[in-house]
Design a protein. Structure first.
Length: 141
């Protein structure tokens, strides 16, 4: 029964956050990388403009969040800040872009959004650039 105790070892929490952070960011990068390559490719963007910013601006913001912010989260760099554009873009995908498509098409953006909300609240954990930078800043003060 000792193996089922509810007290959480902080090392386990940091390892769990590392695994979660790396997993969710790599999964998001599989959506962001093709968009980044399309951005520099010869074909037209052909991207939805669900909130009226214009196709190019919407696509640029989506590439920024799905590729660059996901990469920041992968390394635990400005994690809480980087989670905010991802929360926004997955919210738009779930509730505006796929509004009429039903839950099956909303499920993936909602799962991503839940994960990025979690990281916005918890931060990246001990095994991250953010932790190292804060530790270095505190030791020099």
């Amino acid at each position: 029964m000792d193996s089922y105790r509810t007290n959480l070892n902080l090392l386990n929490a940091d390892v769990g956050l590392l695994i979660f952070r790396v997993s969710i960011s790599l999964l998001m990068l599989t959506h962001g990388l093709p968009k980044l390559l399309k951005f520099f490719g010869p074909e037209e963007l052909g991207f939805a403009d669900p909130i009226g910013l214009g196709e190019t601006i919407t696509f640029t913001l989506t590439v920024f969040s799905e590729f660059f912010c996901a990469a920041f989260i992968l390394f635990g760099f400005i994690t809480r800040f980087a989670a905010l554009p991802l929360i926004t873009s997955t919210f738009v995908a779930a509730f505006i872009v796929h509004k009429a498509d039903g839950f099956a098409d909303q499920e993936l953006p909602l799962l991503f959004m839940s994960g990025f909300i979690l990281l916005a609240f918890t931060g990246p954990g001990k095994y991250s650039i953010d932790f190292w930078m804060n530790k270095k800043k505190k030791s020099s003060a």
